[in-house]
Design a protein around this ligand. Structure first.
Ligand code: 26W
Length: 817
């Protein structure tokens, strides 16, 4: 059996690496060793291209985008790199030759969980798209030694286990110690007037060394790899020399730990900020290291910093990296001798800001006293920015102190990061059309009046390389036979599918693909959790972080509603349904954890009742992450996008389901609104109150969940199930808190703040319609599913980054002058 030339070469390389690394042959290497050796052979194939790209940027003084983010949820790199390099078939051939399934090699790589959810995954999709489109980009983040916790479910409850993802070595990263910088904390500043003007003396500070690790980003075609630069904290060599010299070795080591703790762990809270000192340290650490790099690099290229905006544009992904703004001011003034005015002129041309949430508890604020102690110099700079900013605002709103203090960067002892971003950034972006409108009309309405042109709304996107080619090889194969041209590269080509939605033989093939993906999911659930699912059932999925506004509870109560209905009428469900949930809860978010416990209790109830178990099954998929999403999403028939209208800034999971041919049941929220627009009302199931209706209820405090409860006996009976002792394995009052909160609220929270009961009847109505359609007119269902794929092109991150580039980045492709 002969291998192709390419495969033979790869095979020889892997053989050589195995020998060198482990002294083993391909026959006695373990899967882990095979993974590592083959990954290194992949690396060897792009290293010189990567190197040339970096040199080219420097030589041609190319403008580069720095995408700064506290989170990059990149997922595994191995298959993605091979696919984008066009080497998938050859690598598969090699493993076939070895009698090994390449699909068993892929999971040997740890999935770097360097993000919580949507915001981190968006950053990863954007890096991939920018690189695929041949734009120069550097992602800038933190090399957390421990990523997001791994989730274990024990007796129905979530437990967190550390994610030691670097344990087996991360083969893709390259340490760049020559680009290390010192980051300074604490201490005092002294202002001194000399003949050169005001000079700042910063004394008695602590230093931490920031060491970058570069991860290559291999775009489609692998022409010009991008880079994700992740900063790691190291204590200074001889960090505490005096203790060392006094023989206090332990004290010295202790200090070392205190320094290195900065990049130890990703905070696992999503949409809830706590103002913790260590988190502030992480953010300044990232901001300072990255700005020092940018300044040094620009000076090497241009010699002079006036031209900084010609080489540099920075995108701030949510407020987490905001301190980059005052840090660049500090460097320009204190280290480079610029005046305030000159520094401002440069800085305001460099930064743009993307907002990802309107949730009040997620808007970052820092206690001013804590801030001043940790970052005294940055504090004085922000005070100065604030003074000038407020003076400017006073010109627009003379004597309106209320408005000005609402917009101020510092007020009531708090430093507000979003306000700082709006004051300085060139553009403020919302992540969907609706979200952009809400920023302008509600959250930042005063700012919008002052800076009407700053506000933009570029809808999020996802990369079709990972979310089609990698995650759904079966559908990719079918599309390859159907679509003319390279739809992996060009998202516009998906529309060619539209006529095929009416073609019965295409539908049959499409249905077949879905079935195979359900079987793959079933195997996964069997292997990981010992669960078997009915692959002829409708697969209904809600997968996303657990949060009350995302309303996993709505789906829970609806399942109980259906369960009751089925007990009363065995025709209440016309087709078997598998209800899947996948969600991590922030460890300190008790209500969210309690909802996970509830989901598992409901699973125990319906899965074990002989009257319902053949028609309904409830599954909680453990440890949802990028890798499990790649298996889960392609298997879905129904995508649940249930957020209370106005709360989900965009959503990107919704787009992944759409691309993979699931039909959405959703509210008119975030990007669902645009999916509805693209698809037309026939290809999506919309329900629930609109964002305007919700806002009005809130404004007039006119929503009363008690009346829904009283009026609707089905709602009442469903809700009663959670407290009437029906649920097995839990104490009768285990969920009384949830029940109470929905009906009565408590001291500091209104009743049913996310309108779960309000939307339940319309959800139930639309749900029944959806299931019935699938059951009685499956051809029409498949038609809708295919239309979803056909219309998903708009939601490509290729489209999104092109829009950003057009409006704010103004990058040139490699080879473009
Ligand atoms: C703890 C502080 C904090 C605050 C906010 C941590 C993380 C956040 C993020 C903004 C949460 C997040 O991921 N937001 C999501 O961003 C996605 C990408 O734009 C959107 O699609 C989601 O709608 C939004 O919830």
């Amino acid at each position: 059996m002969g291998m192709s030339k390419e495969a033979s070469k790869i095979y020889a390389d892997i053989k050589g690496i195995l020998e060198k690394l482990y002294g083993k042959t391909v026959d006695d290497a373990s899967y882990k060793e095979l993974y590592k050796a083959s990954a290194l052979s992949v690396r060897d194939r792009f290293m010189s291209t990567w190197n040339q790209t970096i040199r080219g940027i420097y030589r041609d003084k190319k403008k580069m985008l720095y995408y700064m983010s506290a989170e990059f949820l990149i997922g595994r790199s191995y298959a993605s790199n091979i696919i984008n390099m066009g080497l998938w078939d050859s690598y598969k051939e090699v493993f076939d030759h070895l009698g090994v399934n390449i699909k068993d090699i892929i999971p040997m790589e740890a999935d770097p969980g360097l993000g919580n959810g949507g915001l981190g995954r968006l950053a990863a999709c954007y890096l991939e798209s920018l690189t695929s489109l041949d734009y120069p980009v550097m992602g800038c983040g933190i090399r957390y030694e421990y990523g997001l916790f791994k989730q274990k479910i024990v007796d129905g409850a979530q437990y967190e286990v550390e994610d030691d993802w670097l344990h087996d070595e991360f083969v893709w990263e390259v340490e760049r110690p020559e680009w290390s910088f010192e980051v300074k904390f604490n201490g005092e500043i002294e202002e001194e007037w000399t003949e050169k003007g005001l000079t700042i003396n910063y004394k008695n500070y602590n230093t931490v060394q920031a060491v970058p690790y570069d991860v290559p980003i291999i775009g489609y075609g692998c022409k010009h790899p991008g880079v994700l630069r992740l900063w790691s904290a190291k204590s200074e060599a001889g960090f505490d020399l005096s203790s060392f010299n006094k023989g206090d070795y332990l004290k010295a080591m202790e200090n070392r730990q205190l320094a290195e703790i900065i990049s130890k762990v990703l905070y696992p809270a999503d949409n809830h900020q706590q103002g913790k000192e260590l988190r502030l340290k992480q953010f300044y650490f990232l901001a300072s290291a990255q700005m020092q790099f940018i300044v040094k690099y620009h000076k090497m290229m241009f010699g002079d910093l006036h031209t900084l905006p010609e080489s540099t544009v920075v995108q701030i992904n949510d407020t987490h990296p905001t301190l980059a703004i005052p840090e660049l001011m500090r460097i320009l003034m204190d280290d480079e001798g610029y005046s305030w005015e000159d520094a401002v002129e440069i800085v305001k041309k460099v930064f743009n800001y993307t907002n990802h949430t309107i949730m009040n508890e997620a808007l970052e604020c820092w206690d001013e006293r804590l801030f001043r102690v940790l970052l005294p110099r940055i504090h004085t700079i922000i005070v100065n920015i604030n003074e000038r900013y407020c003076a400017k605002l006073a010109e627009y709103f003379p004597d309106d102190m209320e408005k000005i203090s609402e917009m101020a960067i510092i007020a009531y002892g708090q430093i507000r990061m979003a306000n700082l971003c709006i004051a300085v950034a060139g553009h403020v972006n919302g992540v969907s059309q609706l979200h952009g409108e809400i920023l302008k009309r509600r959250l930042f309405n005063y700012e919008y009046q002052v800076f009407p042109n700053k506000f933009t709304a570029i809808t999020n996107g996802i990369t079709q390389r990972r979310w089609m080619a990698l995650a759904n090889p079966e559908l990719t194969e079918l599309l390859r036979k159907t679509i003319k041209g390279d739809f992996i590269k060009d998202y516009r080509l998906y529309e060619q599918l539209i006529p095929f939605a009416d073609d019965p033989s295409f539908r049959a093939e499409f249905r077949d693909v879905k079935k195979k993906n359900k079987e793959r999911l079933s195997e996964y659930l069997q292997d990981t959790q010992g669960i078997s699912i009915n692959t002829d059932s409708i697969i209904d999925v809600q997968s996303k972080r657990l949060h009350e506004y995302k309303r996993q509870l709505l789906k829970c109560i609806h399942i109980l509603y259906k369960y009751n209905h089925l007990l009363a009428d065995d025709k209440a469900l016309t087709h078997p349904v598998t209800f899947i949930f996948a969600a991590k809860a922030a460890p300190g978010y008790h209500r969210a954890k309690s909802i996970i416990r509830l989901i598992n209790a409901i699973a125990d109830l319906v899965n074990n009742d002989p009257r319902t178990k053949d028609l309904m099954q409830v599954v909680f998929l453990e440890n949802y992450n990028v890798s499990s999403a790649e298996i889960l999403i392609p298997a879905a028939d129904i995508s649940e996008q249930l957020s209370t209208a106005g709360y989900e800034a965009s959503g990107t999971g919704n787009m992944k389901f759409m691309l993979n041919g699931a039909v959405t049941i959703g509210t008119m929220d975030g990007a669902n609104v645009e999916m509805h627009e693209q698809l037309g009302p026939d290809n999506i199931f919309v329900f629930g109150a609109t964002a305007t209706e919700i806002a009005n209820y809130q404004r007039f405090k006119s929503y009363n969940p008690g009346s829904v409860f009283e009026k609707n006996v089905y709602v009442r009976n469903a809700l009663d199930r959670i407290i009437d002792g029906s649920l097995p394995g839990v104490a009768e009052n285990a969920f009384s808190d949830i029940y109470q909160s929905l009906l009565f609220g408590n001291g500091y929270e209104v009743a049913d703040p996310y309108f779960v009961l309000y939307d339940l009847p319309s959800y139930a109505e639309v749900y029944t319609r959806a299931i019935n359609l699938y059951a009685v007119d499956n051809e029409s269902w498949m038609r809708k599913a295919i239309m979803n794929v056909a219309k998903a092109g708009f939601f490509s991150s290729d489209r999104a980054v092109e829009e950003y580039n057009e409006i704010m980045w103004h990058l040139k492709k490699y080879g473009e002058q």
